[in-house]
Design a protein around this ligand. Sequence first.
Ligand SMILES: NC(=O)c1ccc[n+]([C@@H]2O[C@H](COP(=O)([O-])OP(=O)(O)OC[C@H]3O[C@@H](n4cnc5c(N)ncnc54)[C@H](OP(=O)(O)O)[C@@H]3O)[C@@H](O)[C@H]2O)c1
Length: 273
Amino acid sequence: MAVVTSSGPAPDLKLVIVGAGRMGGAVLQGALRAGVIEPQDVAIYHPNERRGAELSERHGVAYVSDDGLKRAAYVLLAVKPQSFMRVAPLVARRDACFVSLMAGVPARRIADRVGSRRVIRAMPNLGASLGVSATALAALPEALPEDLGFSRSLFSAVGSVYDVREEQFDAFTGMAGSGPAYAAVVAEALADGGVRVGLDRTLARDLARQVLLAAARLLETRHPSELKDEVSSAGGTAIAGVRTLERHRLRFALIDAVEEATKRAGELSREEP
Ligand SMILES: NC(=O)c1ccc[n+]([C@@H]2O[C@H](COP(=O)([O-])OP(=O)(O)OC[C@H]3O[C@@H](n4cnc5c(N)ncnc54)[C@H](OP(=O)(O)O)[C@@H]3O)[C@@H](O)[C@H]2O)c1
Protein backbone atom coordinates (compact mmCIF):
# COMPACT_ATOMS: atom_id res chain seq x y z
CA MET A 1 0.00 0.00 0.00
CA ALA A 2 1.25 3.46 -0.88
CA VAL A 3 2.09 6.10 1.66
CA VAL A 4 -0.34 9.00 1.63
CA THR A 5 1.74 12.17 1.31
CA SER A 6 -0.52 15.09 0.49
CA SER A 7 -2.00 17.16 3.27
CA GLY A 8 -4.91 19.56 3.26
CA PRO A 9 -6.85 21.68 5.71
CA ALA A 10 -9.99 19.54 5.78
CA PRO A 11 -9.89 15.96 7.05
CA ASP A 12 -10.13 13.58 4.14
CA LEU A 13 -9.53 10.40 6.09
CA LYS A 14 -12.08 9.17 8.56
CA LEU A 15 -9.58 7.43 10.82
CA VAL A 16 -5.85 7.14 11.48
CA ILE A 17 -4.61 4.30 13.66
CA VAL A 18 -1.65 5.28 15.82
CA GLY A 19 -0.29 1.94 17.02
CA ALA A 20 -1.52 -0.85 14.74
CA GLY A 21 -0.17 -3.60 17.01
CA ARG A 22 -2.13 -6.44 18.61
CA MET A 23 -5.07 -4.39 19.83
CA GLY A 24 -5.06 -1.55 17.27
CA GLY A 25 -4.68 -4.14 14.50
CA ALA A 26 -7.53 -6.26 15.88
CA VAL A 27 -9.88 -3.25 16.00
CA LEU A 28 -8.83 -2.19 12.50
CA GLN A 29 -9.41 -5.68 11.08
CA GLY A 30 -12.75 -6.02 12.86
CA ALA A 31 -13.95 -2.62 11.61
CA LEU A 32 -12.92 -3.41 8.02
CA ARG A 33 -14.58 -6.84 8.16
CA ALA A 34 -17.81 -5.39 9.56
CA GLY A 35 -17.81 -2.60 6.96
CA VAL A 36 -17.73 0.07 9.71
CA ILE A 37 -15.01 1.71 7.67
CA GLU A 38 -13.82 1.36 4.08
CA PRO A 39 -10.12 0.68 3.42
CA GLN A 40 -9.70 4.00 1.57
CA ASP A 41 -11.00 5.94 4.61
CA VAL A 42 -8.46 4.63 7.10
CA ALA A 43 -4.69 4.75 7.38
CA ILE A 44 -1.95 3.65 9.75
CA TYR A 45 0.62 5.99 11.25
CA HIS A 46 4.08 4.79 12.30
CA PRO A 47 7.13 7.00 12.84
CA ASN A 48 9.35 4.48 11.03
CA GLU A 49 8.57 4.39 7.33
CA ARG A 50 9.70 0.78 6.76
CA ARG A 51 7.61 -0.41 9.70
CA GLY A 52 4.68 1.70 8.52
CA ALA A 53 4.92 0.02 5.10
CA GLU A 54 4.95 -3.44 6.72
CA LEU A 55 1.87 -2.67 8.82
CA SER A 56 0.15 -1.17 5.81
CA GLU A 57 0.86 -4.31 3.79
CA ARG A 58 -0.41 -6.54 6.60
CA HIS A 59 -3.69 -4.67 7.01
CA GLY A 60 -4.33 -3.63 3.42
CA VAL A 61 -4.70 0.10 4.14
CA ALA A 62 -2.41 3.06 3.41
CA TYR A 63 0.07 4.45 5.90
CA VAL A 64 0.61 8.12 6.61
CA SER A 65 3.58 10.15 7.73
CA ASP A 66 3.49 12.99 10.29
CA ASP A 67 1.66 15.24 7.79
CA GLY A 68 -1.00 12.66 7.14
CA LEU A 69 -1.89 12.59 10.82
CA LYS A 70 -3.52 15.99 10.38
CA ARG A 71 -5.90 14.64 7.77
CA ALA A 72 -8.13 12.39 9.84
CA ALA A 73 -11.38 13.17 11.58
CA TYR A 74 -10.69 10.44 14.18
CA VAL A 75 -7.42 9.27 15.72
CA LEU A 76 -7.29 5.88 17.40
CA LEU A 77 -4.59 5.94 20.07
CA ALA A 78 -3.46 2.33 20.42
CA VAL A 79 0.20 2.67 21.36
CA LYS A 80 1.57 1.44 24.69
CA PRO A 81 0.78 3.93 27.49
CA GLN A 82 4.52 4.55 27.96
CA SER A 83 4.79 5.69 24.30
CA PHE A 84 1.96 8.20 24.69
CA MET A 85 4.13 11.10 25.96
CA ARG A 86 6.30 10.78 22.85
CA VAL A 87 3.34 10.42 20.48
CA ALA A 88 1.08 13.15 21.95
CA PRO A 89 2.88 16.21 20.52
CA LEU A 90 2.86 14.60 17.07
CA VAL A 91 -0.85 13.87 17.03
CA ALA A 92 -2.02 16.99 18.93
CA ARG A 93 -4.97 18.67 17.17
CA ARG A 94 -7.91 20.75 18.29
CA ASP A 95 -10.21 19.61 15.52
CA ALA A 96 -10.08 15.83 15.79
CA CYS A 97 -11.73 13.29 18.04
CA PHE A 98 -9.32 10.99 19.88
CA VAL A 99 -10.37 7.47 20.72
CA SER A 100 -7.94 5.83 23.12
CA LEU A 101 -7.70 2.19 24.10
CA MET A 102 -4.56 2.72 26.18
CA ALA A 103 -4.91 1.11 29.58
CA GLY A 104 -4.57 3.42 32.56
CA VAL A 105 -4.36 6.78 30.76
CA PRO A 106 -7.31 8.92 31.92
CA ALA A 107 -9.34 10.77 29.29
CA ARG A 108 -8.57 14.18 30.83
CA ARG A 109 -4.85 13.54 30.68
CA ILE A 110 -5.20 12.63 27.01
CA ALA A 111 -7.23 15.80 26.36
CA ASP A 112 -4.58 17.95 28.08
CA ARG A 113 -1.83 16.45 25.93
CA VAL A 114 -3.56 16.37 22.53
CA GLY A 115 -5.38 19.71 22.76
CA SER A 116 -8.86 18.37 21.97
CA ARG A 117 -11.53 17.64 24.55
CA ARG A 118 -13.34 15.31 22.19
CA VAL A 119 -11.83 12.24 23.85
CA ILE A 120 -13.37 8.80 24.15
CA ARG A 121 -11.75 6.14 26.23
CA ALA A 122 -12.21 2.45 25.46
CA MET A 123 -11.08 -0.64 27.32
CA PRO A 124 -11.24 -3.77 25.16
CA ASN A 125 -9.80 -7.16 26.03
CA LEU A 126 -7.84 -9.73 24.06
CA GLY A 127 -11.13 -11.27 22.82
CA ALA A 128 -11.10 -8.41 20.27
CA SER A 129 -8.85 -10.52 18.02
CA LEU A 130 -11.74 -13.03 17.70
CA GLY A 131 -14.60 -10.54 17.75
CA VAL A 132 -15.62 -11.43 21.32
CA SER A 133 -14.17 -8.54 23.32
CA ALA A 134 -16.06 -6.96 26.20
CA THR A 135 -15.24 -3.27 25.67
CA ALA A 136 -15.99 -0.42 28.08
CA LEU A 137 -16.57 3.05 26.61
CA ALA A 138 -16.57 6.42 28.37
CA ALA A 139 -16.50 9.90 26.84
CA LEU A 140 -15.57 13.34 28.08
CA PRO A 141 -18.68 15.59 28.09
CA GLU A 142 -17.28 17.57 25.14
CA ALA A 143 -17.35 14.54 22.84
CA LEU A 144 -20.06 14.83 20.20
CA PRO A 145 -22.89 12.30 19.90
CA GLU A 146 -21.47 11.25 16.51
CA ASP A 147 -18.05 10.67 18.16
CA LEU A 148 -19.66 8.23 20.56
CA GLY A 149 -21.64 6.65 17.73
CA PHE A 150 -18.52 6.09 15.65
CA SER A 151 -16.54 4.70 18.62
CA ARG A 152 -19.41 2.38 19.47
CA SER A 153 -19.55 1.01 15.94
CA LEU A 154 -15.76 0.58 15.90
CA PHE A 155 -15.71 -1.55 19.04
CA SER A 156 -19.00 -3.31 18.28
CA ALA A 157 -17.09 -4.74 15.31
CA VAL A 158 -14.86 -6.66 17.77
CA GLY A 159 -17.42 -7.71 20.39
CA SER A 160 -19.85 -6.23 22.92
CA VAL A 161 -19.70 -2.60 24.05
CA TYR A 162 -20.69 -1.34 27.51
CA ASP A 163 -21.12 2.30 28.51
CA VAL A 164 -19.26 2.62 31.77
CA ARG A 165 -18.46 5.71 33.84
CA GLU A 166 -14.73 6.39 33.63
CA GLU A 167 -14.44 6.01 37.44
CA GLN A 168 -15.34 2.36 36.89
CA PHE A 169 -12.65 1.71 34.30
CA ASP A 170 -10.24 0.30 36.88
CA ALA A 171 -12.95 -2.14 38.01
CA PHE A 172 -13.71 -3.05 34.41
CA THR A 173 -9.99 -3.60 33.78
CA GLY A 174 -9.62 -5.71 36.92
CA MET A 175 -12.52 -7.92 35.91
CA ALA A 176 -13.11 -8.00 32.16
CA GLY A 177 -9.73 -6.72 30.95
CA SER A 178 -7.73 -9.12 33.10
CA GLY A 179 -10.41 -11.83 33.12
CA PRO A 180 -9.01 -13.85 30.20
CA ALA A 181 -5.91 -14.47 32.35
CA TYR A 182 -8.02 -15.86 35.21
CA ALA A 183 -9.92 -18.10 32.81
CA ALA A 184 -6.58 -19.27 31.36
CA VAL A 185 -5.37 -20.21 34.86
CA VAL A 186 -8.62 -22.13 35.44
CA ALA A 187 -8.17 -23.91 32.07
CA GLU A 188 -4.60 -24.83 32.88
CA ALA A 189 -5.49 -26.09 36.34
CA LEU A 190 -8.42 -28.13 34.97
CA ALA A 191 -6.06 -29.73 32.47
CA ASP A 192 -3.58 -30.48 35.27
CA GLY A 193 -6.46 -32.13 37.12
CA GLY A 194 -7.16 -34.28 34.06
CA VAL A 195 -3.49 -35.28 33.84
CA ARG A 196 -3.48 -36.07 37.57
CA VAL A 197 -6.32 -38.57 37.06
CA GLY A 198 -4.58 -40.18 34.09
CA LEU A 199 -5.59 -38.29 30.92
CA ASP A 200 -3.05 -37.56 28.26
CA ARG A 201 -1.85 -33.91 28.43
CA THR A 202 -3.04 -32.94 24.94
CA LEU A 203 -6.46 -34.46 25.49
CA ALA A 204 -6.73 -32.81 28.93
CA ARG A 205 -5.91 -29.38 27.46
CA ASP A 206 -8.47 -29.82 24.66
CA LEU A 207 -11.10 -30.90 27.16
CA ALA A 208 -10.43 -27.94 29.45
CA ARG A 209 -10.89 -25.52 26.53
CA GLN A 210 -14.06 -27.27 25.39
CA VAL A 211 -15.49 -27.21 28.92
CA LEU A 212 -14.94 -23.43 29.20
CA LEU A 213 -16.40 -22.88 25.75
CA ALA A 214 -19.49 -24.98 26.55
CA ALA A 215 -19.94 -23.23 29.90
CA ALA A 216 -19.67 -19.78 28.27
CA ARG A 217 -22.25 -20.71 25.63
CA LEU A 218 -24.61 -22.25 28.21
CA LEU A 219 -24.31 -19.13 30.38
CA GLU A 220 -25.79 -17.09 27.53
CA THR A 221 -29.20 -18.44 28.53
CA ARG A 222 -28.79 -19.38 32.21
CA HIS A 223 -27.83 -17.87 35.53
CA PRO A 224 -24.51 -19.39 36.76
CA SER A 225 -26.23 -21.06 39.72
CA GLU A 226 -28.75 -22.72 37.35
CA LEU A 227 -25.94 -24.18 35.26
CA LYS A 228 -24.17 -25.49 38.37
CA ASP A 229 -27.43 -27.04 39.61
CA GLU A 230 -28.17 -28.62 36.22
CA VAL A 231 -24.81 -30.38 36.18
CA SER A 232 -24.82 -31.37 39.87
CA SER A 233 -27.12 -34.35 40.37
CA ALA A 234 -27.95 -35.70 43.82
CA GLY A 235 -25.00 -37.52 45.36
CA GLY A 236 -23.15 -37.28 42.03
CA THR A 237 -19.70 -36.37 40.82
CA ALA A 238 -20.10 -32.64 40.07
CA ILE A 239 -21.38 -31.79 43.54
CA ALA A 240 -18.41 -33.64 45.05
CA GLY A 241 -16.13 -31.46 42.92
CA VAL A 242 -18.08 -28.27 43.75
CA ARG A 243 -17.76 -29.05 47.48
CA THR A 244 -13.99 -29.29 47.05
CA LEU A 245 -13.88 -25.96 45.23
CA GLU A 246 -15.81 -24.38 48.11
CA ARG A 247 -13.41 -25.93 50.65
CA HIS A 248 -10.47 -24.42 48.76
CA ARG A 249 -12.28 -21.09 48.50
CA LEU A 250 -12.22 -20.71 44.71
CA ARG A 251 -14.92 -18.04 44.92
CA PHE A 252 -12.92 -16.03 47.43
CA ALA A 253 -9.78 -16.38 45.29
CA LEU A 254 -11.55 -15.01 42.19
CA ILE A 255 -13.23 -12.15 44.07
CA ASP A 256 -9.89 -11.25 45.62
CA ALA A 257 -8.13 -11.48 42.23
CA VAL A 258 -10.56 -8.95 40.74
CA GLU A 259 -10.11 -6.65 43.75
CA GLU A 260 -6.31 -6.78 43.60
CA ALA A 261 -6.26 -6.27 39.83
CA THR A 262 -8.60 -3.27 40.20
CA LYS A 263 -6.29 -1.74 42.81
CA ARG A 264 -3.32 -2.29 40.52
CA ALA A 265 -5.17 -0.66 37.60
CA GLY A 266 -5.74 2.37 39.87
CA GLU A 267 -2.06 2.53 40.83
CA LEU A 268 -1.01 2.34 37.18
CA SER A 269 -3.40 5.06 36.06
CA ARG A 270 -2.07 7.40 38.77
CA GLU A 271 1.46 6.96 37.38
CA GLU A 272 2.21 9.46 34.61
CA PRO A 273 3.08 7.49 31.47
N1 LIG B 1 -3.30 -6.40 24.40
C1 LIG B 1 -4.37 -6.29 25.20
O1 LIG B 1 -4.96 -7.27 25.67
C2 LIG B 1 -4.91 -4.93 25.55
C3 LIG B 1 -6.15 -4.83 26.24
C4 LIG B 1 -6.65 -3.55 26.52
C5 LIG B 1 -5.92 -2.42 26.17
N2 LIG B 1 -4.71 -2.57 25.54
C6 LIG B 1 -3.95 -1.36 25.22
O2 LIG B 1 -3.62 -1.39 23.85
C7 LIG B 1 -2.43 -0.64 23.63
C8 LIG B 1 -1.54 -1.41 22.70
O3 LIG B 1 -1.23 -2.67 23.28
P1 LIG B 1 -0.84 -3.90 22.35
O4 LIG B 1 -0.88 -5.08 23.21
O5 LIG B 1 -1.63 -3.85 21.10
O6 LIG B 1 0.69 -3.49 22.04
P2 LIG B 1 1.55 -3.72 20.72
O7 LIG B 1 1.14 -4.96 20.04
O8 LIG B 1 2.98 -3.53 21.12
O9 LIG B 1 1.10 -2.49 19.78
C9 LIG B 1 1.65 -1.22 19.87
C10 LIG B 1 1.91 -0.76 18.44
O10 LIG B 1 2.28 0.61 18.48
C11 LIG B 1 3.30 0.81 17.51
N3 LIG B 1 4.03 2.02 17.87
C12 LIG B 1 5.01 2.20 18.78
N4 LIG B 1 5.39 3.49 18.83
C13 LIG B 1 4.60 4.14 17.92
C14 LIG B 1 4.52 5.49 17.52
N5 LIG B 1 5.31 6.43 18.03
N6 LIG B 1 3.59 5.82 16.60
C15 LIG B 1 2.79 4.88 16.03
N7 LIG B 1 2.85 3.57 16.37
C16 LIG B 1 3.75 3.21 17.31
C17 LIG B 1 4.13 -0.43 17.64
O11 LIG B 1 4.94 -0.59 16.51
P3 LIG B 1 6.16 -1.67 16.52
O12 LIG B 1 5.50 -2.99 16.35
O13 LIG B 1 7.00 -1.25 15.38
O14 LIG B 1 6.83 -1.51 17.87
C18 LIG B 1 3.03 -1.50 17.74
O15 LIG B 1 2.64 -1.91 16.45
C19 LIG B 1 -1.81 -0.40 25.01
O16 LIG B 1 -1.96 0.95 25.38
C20 LIG B 1 -2.60 -1.29 25.93
O17 LIG B 1 -2.75 -0.71 27.21
C21 LIG B 1 -4.19 -3.78 25.21
